[in-house]
Ligand binder design. Structure first.
Ligand code: SAM
Length: 329
């Protein structure tokens, strides 16, 4: 699948549920209205859509959410999708998780052929963690990370850089990751959804974070590419990688290879635009895949060039009403 700007689409992210056991302050408001369960795609329908994308050349799937590990029956989907790893049609099946359920799932994920996962942790201070997530217990998440590593999964930590919240900790987070053989990726907060607060109060440009880190660490640009939006440096002192996801300070759309499916079957061709294509109806209208295939190819044909997020005094509200939990990170 080649989009109108010549980009090859090889990566599908699937938000398997918009529900989450955390309410991170930059992601959701305290009071969220979740999608009615009746609107959700079944696990079989999710599998059918993922398999159609694989037939059209997608090589990497990432399950996300909401929290993917709170979707009932999630291992049925993972186990079923793993057949595409076995056949060689898929290079990678992975997920992004908050880690709260990993103790229960780590072994089963590894057995299904998942090789690496991203775990979102914005601070290693338990009290602050509880405040950011409005619910979470850091101990449980760290037990989950340990369980994942014990099961043989490579773990990358994702942290959203938040002004006045974790900016003083990024040095020590990098040290923690070095000591625990994990890479770290920092993310700029994106203006998605009403979070009941001001975005400009949270926003911390990663260009500034990198400058600060460079005082204490030797950071060398790396050609490594995980197939996602992060740009990496190597950290000489730890030997680990540090990634930067910079949708605001450096737009990365020119190399975008991704599209996103929601749990209700909407396909978003860009995280930062509102246009979407409905894949649920074509799946439900016909047991054959012709309608679905047609809808997928038509949607790729209208993937936009990119997004332009701005956060400053004049742009303090959401750029889009949709929360990140709908389309997944
Ligand atoms: N529940 C899972 C998790 O916590 O990783 C998966 C879904 S979560 C929406 C995926 C990622 O998006 C997390 O790393 C989260 O920190 C990030 N995220 C959520 N809202 C964001 C925002 N407004 N800007 C930047 N990153 C955001």
């Amino acid at each position: 699948m080649i989009d109108p700007f010549g980009r090859k689409i090889t990566y599908l992210r699937i938000s398997v549920t918009d529900r989450c056991d955390f309410r991170c302050v930059y992601c959701m408001s305290e009071t969220m209205t979740f999608l009615p369960r009746a609107d959700l795609l079944s696990l079989e329908e999710l599998d059918r859509i993922c398999s159609a994308f694989i037939r059209h050349g997608v090589r990497k799937l990432r399950l996300t959410g909401g929290e993917p590990l709170v979707r009932r029956g999630i291992m049925t989907l993972v186990n079923s999708l793993s057949r595409h790893l076995d056949s060689g049609a898929l290079d990678e099946l992975t997920l992004t998780t908050n880690g709260s359920q990993l103790v229960r799932f780590a072994d089963r994920l590894a057995a299904a052929g998942v090789r690496r996962i991203n775990v979102s942790i914005d601070t290693f201070d338990a009290e602050k963690f509880h405040r950011i997530t409005r619910r979470g217990e850091l101990d449980k998440v760290l037990e989950g990370v340990a369980a994942a590593r014990a099961a043989g999964l490579a773990v990358k930590i994702n942290a959203v850089a938040l002004r006045g919240v974790n900016e003083d900790e990024i040095d020590s987070m990098l040290a923690w990751c070095g000591a625990h053989d994990t890479d770290l990726t920092l993310i700029e907060t994106m203006p998605l959804g009403d979070i009941g607060g001001r975005r400009s109060e949270q926003y911390l440009p990663l260009s500034l974070v990198r400058q600060r880190l460079a005082k204490n660490w030797t950071l060398t640009d790396s050609a490594y590419n995980s197939g996602g939006p992060a740009r990496y440096v190597t950290v000489a002192e730890t030997g680990r990688k540090l990634g930067f996801i910079t949708p605001l300070t450096h737009n990365f759309c020119e190399s975008c290879n991704r599209v996103r499916l929601t749990c209700t079957g909407r396909l978003y061709m860009c995280l930062g635009q509102d246009d979407w294509a409905d894949l649920r109806q074509p799946v439900r209208d016909s047991e054959a895949d012709d309608l679905l295939d047609g809808a997928i190819l038509e949607a790729i044909g209208r993937k936009p060039r990119g997004h332009d997020f701005i956060i400053d005094r004049h742009h303090d509200g959401p750029a889009l009403s949709r929360h990140m939990s709908v389309t997944g990170g």
